[in-house]
Design a binder for this molecule. Sequence first.
Ligand SMILES: Cc1cc2nc3c(=O)[nH]c(=O)nc-3n(C[C@H](O)[C@H](O)[C@H](O)COP(=O)(O)O)c2cc1C
Length: 271
Amino acid sequence: MLMSNFLKSRSSIREYKNKKIDGETRASILKIFEDLEEEAGGKYFNFILFEEGERVYGLLKGLAGYSGVMIESPHYIGVRLKEVNDESIINASYYAEKLMTKLSQLNLGSCWVNVKDVDKGIRAQAFGEENKNIGYIIAFGYPKAKNPFLHEPFSSRVNIQDIVFDEEIGRPISMEKLENRGLDDLFYYIRFAPSNYNKQPWRFILKNDRVILLLESSEDGKTDLMDAGIIMYYFVEMAKTIGINRQWNITESVTINHDGKSYRQIGEFLL
Ligand SMILES: Cc1cc2nc3c(=O)[nH]c(=O)nc-3n(C[C@H](O)[C@H](O)[C@H](O)COP(=O)(O)O)c2cc1C
């Protein structure tokens, strides 16, 4: 499927059939883990398959997810960082999102679940002592059939001009300029990327020959680098569709303040 179509139709799946993956699918998933870990140079993270979904759910119910709303699925994937630093978090989330795209090719739905606030003792029980520092897991399985007569809840998205700026943060960009640079579709579609609490904190500055990625800090002054890695992945994939085969450079973390808001610079992408 074209990346643009995939992005437009993707959504987090929060209800799963009570059906486990079979041996062949399990083997394919473990191979994907291996391939993606290798693609990332084996440096930053490991993916771990937790097959006893019921047990994990039982332990995390009421504790993980938004306000303790744990997502029930037949299995989960843990994203374990080898070292906790910015580069590892960005790479782990980049490749985890790539993994979720690959799961969808196996007809498997998925959803990120935040487990950061769960007591480490409980995380150790759920995932094993060596995995007690895992901050995010991925619920996955076969999506429950949707009722065709019901409108499914849809997570809204910001406008392109709310997230893309010309030369400096806050300076509006014209759609004509984006069209002339061939970037209108790219920015249209990457907005469908998932983000923590659907905050869509990504901001882009088109500056000469490059795009700079910033994350807007939330009211408590925090940014979540998971949101950076995920959007960087979709940006790279959408850039390929317009013939640009490049990667992001992670830049030194600089804070930019503008109009009462604070932004953290993450990286730049040469066009
Ligand atoms: C890092 C991250 C953590 C998330 N954690 C949770 C979570 O704990 N519970 C949940 O229901 N959704 C979680 N989500 C899913 C987002 O809420 C969802 O992607 C966003 O609302 C957009 O909706 P969509 O994915 O259906 O397009 C998370 C997403 C990301 C990227």
